[in-house]
Structures are given as C-alpha cells and as structure tokens.
Ligand binder design. Structure first.
Ligand code: ACO
Length: 322
C-alpha cells in the first residue's frame, strides 16, 4: 500500500506586525481584553499590493527546500484560501504560473479555516492512487482585506500568512487517516455575505467583511473539535495519550485549551501560535506545523493530530506519523 508522508514544510508571515497596543490606539479595545478572551498578542498584516499568491509562493519555496525538490518536480498544487488573488483563475493556477511549471492539476479549495486539512485529504488521495508524487498543498490568507477595522468584535481576531507542505509517497504511514465534514446549515453564524450573487461593497460596505456570531461559533467549535478528535482516534484504535503533538486550528487560545483538556493533553504538547499570528484561517495549521518542525519540537516518527474548524461550518482532522 502507498501512504503519504510530509516531506517538507514552509511558512511565510508578512513583515508588518500589529500588536494589541497598536489596536488600542485605533479602536475601543484593550490588550488585556484581547489576551484574556483570545490569547492573541499580535498579528502580521500584509503590505499594500502583497497578494495571496505572493505569500503562498514564499511558503512553498521553503517547503520545497526542506523536501529537497525543485518546482519542476511538483505534480499537484492545491491552495486552501478564502482570500484568492482573483475570482478566477484560481490562486493555485497563479502559483503554478509563477513557479514556472505547466500541466499538472492546480486548484483552490474553499473550506475556510479547514482549507488546509481539506487540501491534505485530497492530495493524500492523489498520492495513494499513484496520480501524484510531489504534491504542494498550501493555506494562504489575507484576512486583513476582509476585516472591518472599525468593528472591534472581529478586527482583533485575524491576521495574514501562509503555510505549505510537500507531500510524497511512502511505504509507511505518513498520513494514517483524514476525516473531513461540513454542514451548511450554519452559514449565517460566520460569513462574508458579499459576492457574485449578492453584489459587492458598492451595495453595502459592511457586507464585504467578516461577520460572526462569536458566542455561537465558540460553542460549536469546542464541541466539534472534541467530536472530530474522538472520531479520528476511535477510527484508528489509537489512545489519546499516544498523541505527541496536537496542532489545532489557531482561532482562540480558549478553544485550543478546551480541545486539549478534552484529550487530556497538557498544553506543552499543543502547538500554539495564535498569540503571535492570530487567526489566519486555512494558513493557521501549516504555520503552526512549520513553526514546531523548525524549532525542533516536532521530530520524525512522532504522532501528530491536526484539527480544524471553520465557516460553513467545515471541520476535519488528520492523524499523521511525521
Ligand atoms: N475589545 C473590548 N471589548 C470587546 C471587544 C474588544 N475587541 N469585542 C467585544 N467586546 C465587548 C462586547 O461588546 C461585550 O460588551 P458588553 O458586555 O458591554 O455587551 C463584551 O466585550 C463581551 O462580548 P462577548 O462577545 O460576549 O465576548 P466573548 O467572551 O464571547 O468573546 C470572542 C468574544 C473572543 C469573539 C469569542 O466569542 C470567541 O472567541 N468566539 C469564537 C469565534 C472565533 O474565534 N472565530 C474566529 C473565526 S471561526 C474559527 O476560526 C473557528
């Protein structure tokens, strides 16, 4: 049987850092409120003119370097994003052109904060079927462009960045299992209610921004991350204590802590980057993964659990022997 292994990881964060203290100067909020409710201390914000594909490419080159491959080796590109460069072509096709490669399949996945886990699930199927040997998967987001900087209830939560991974075939797992789900009935709880059918911000400026029922999203996120973890462990007959590292979507430290508590995992086995990156949607898991791989916490052979939850709602997990 062919399995999928993560051969390399990479990340990119825009240079500009906006701290909670910076936000205190422009809106009615405080560092204390933001840290207590979310764990966030700062976020990276893209420069004017910087694009989703710019960030994706920067992260991709780092992942390629770690995997020891060239752009010409890539035979599948999947980009998870809710902030593509254009309506079409896909950001994945733009990345493909800018990497100077031609012909391989390239597509975007729009699964909000679960985009990277969805991309991993799909690329895993390509690799297991023998259709790809060097898959590039990316989560890249410019949430600052769909954030209403006058709305303190959302503006303090989000940031920009990209994370990437190169996936290759392997005789041993690798990706042990992936689990993805969605339920569209929760559309109204977390959305940017703007677009082709509804019209863009010419109709109503605030509609082009993230709108969220924070309390309802919080409750649902905690319950769903618990159920996806149980599904993943039960499906593989693995005990929760066997997990070396939990790498959850980085939305809020309280959501992450609740997920860790339910798994009986101490926080020193949870990769947390939400304090430095804020919520970067589909980029948050690969950014956290790359951070802990490069600082030496995550070692080859360890058991990793990725958990994601986002707008849709979408949710998913991946159990990985790194
Ligand atoms: N600064 C200061 N005060 C604020 C701010 C702010 N930035 N934002 C809201 N407040 C005020 C509110 O107006 C309210 O004041 P009031 O009591 O006078 O009405 C008070 O703080 C409490 O507001 P709540 O919304 O009840 O605060 P809560 O404890 O629920 O925290 C939060 C809000 C942090 C958004 C929380 O609900 C949450 O984390 N939700 C999860 C949503 C999330 O992370 N979404 C990200 C996208 S989804 C995802 O990635 C999974």
């Amino acid at each position: 049987m062919t399995y999928t292994r993560i051969a390399g990881t990479g990340a990119y964060l825009p240079e500009k850092v906006v701290t909670n203290q910076d936000l205190e100067k422009t809106m009615d909020t405080s560092d204390e409120w933001i840290r207590e409710r979310t764990g966030i201390r700062r976020r990276h914000i893209a420069a004017d003119g910087e694009t989703c594909s710019d960030m994706a490419i920067a992260a991709a080159y780092k992942a390629m370097e770690m995997a020891g491959i060239e752009a010409s080796d890539i035979d599948l590109i999947i980009v998870g994003t809710v902030t593509p460069d254009k309506i079409f072509p896909s950001t994945a096709c733009i990345v493909q052109r800018r990497l100077g490669i031609h012909g391989c399949p390239a597509l975007d996945i729009q699964a909000a904060c679960s985009g990277f886990v969805y991309a991993l699930d799909l690329a895993n199927r390509f690799i297991q079927s023998g259709s790809a040997k060097n898959a590039l998967i990316v989560g890249s987001e410019m949430l600052s462009r769909i954030t209403n900087w006058e709305d303190r209830t959302t503006a303090v939560l989000f940031g920009d960045g990209a994370g990437a991974a190169i996936l290759q075939p392997s005789d041993e797992p690798g990706v042990i299992s992936t689990h993805i789900h969605s339920d569209g009935q929760y559309e109204d709880l977390l959305q940017v209610p703007s677009g082709i059918a509804l019209g863009y911000d010419a109709v109503c400026a605030e509609k082009a921004f993230i709108q969220m029922n924070g309390n309802a999203v919080f409750r649902r996120a905690v319950a769903t991350l618990d159920s996806i973890a149980r599904e993943t462990l039960a499906g593989n007959g693995i005990d929760k204590h066997d997990i070396d590292w939990l790498i959850p979507h980085q939305a809020n430290l309280r959501i992450i802590s609740a997920a860790a508590k339910k798994l009986d995992l101490s926080m020193d086995r949870v990769v947390v980057t939400v304090d430095d990156h804020a919520n970067t949607s589909s980029a948050s898991i690969p950014l956290a993964l790359d951070t802990a791989v490069r600082d030496g916490r995550i070692q080859r052979g360890q058991l990793l659990l990725f958990e994601a939850f986002g707008a849709g709602f979408t949710w998913g997990s991946a159990l990985i022997r790194f």
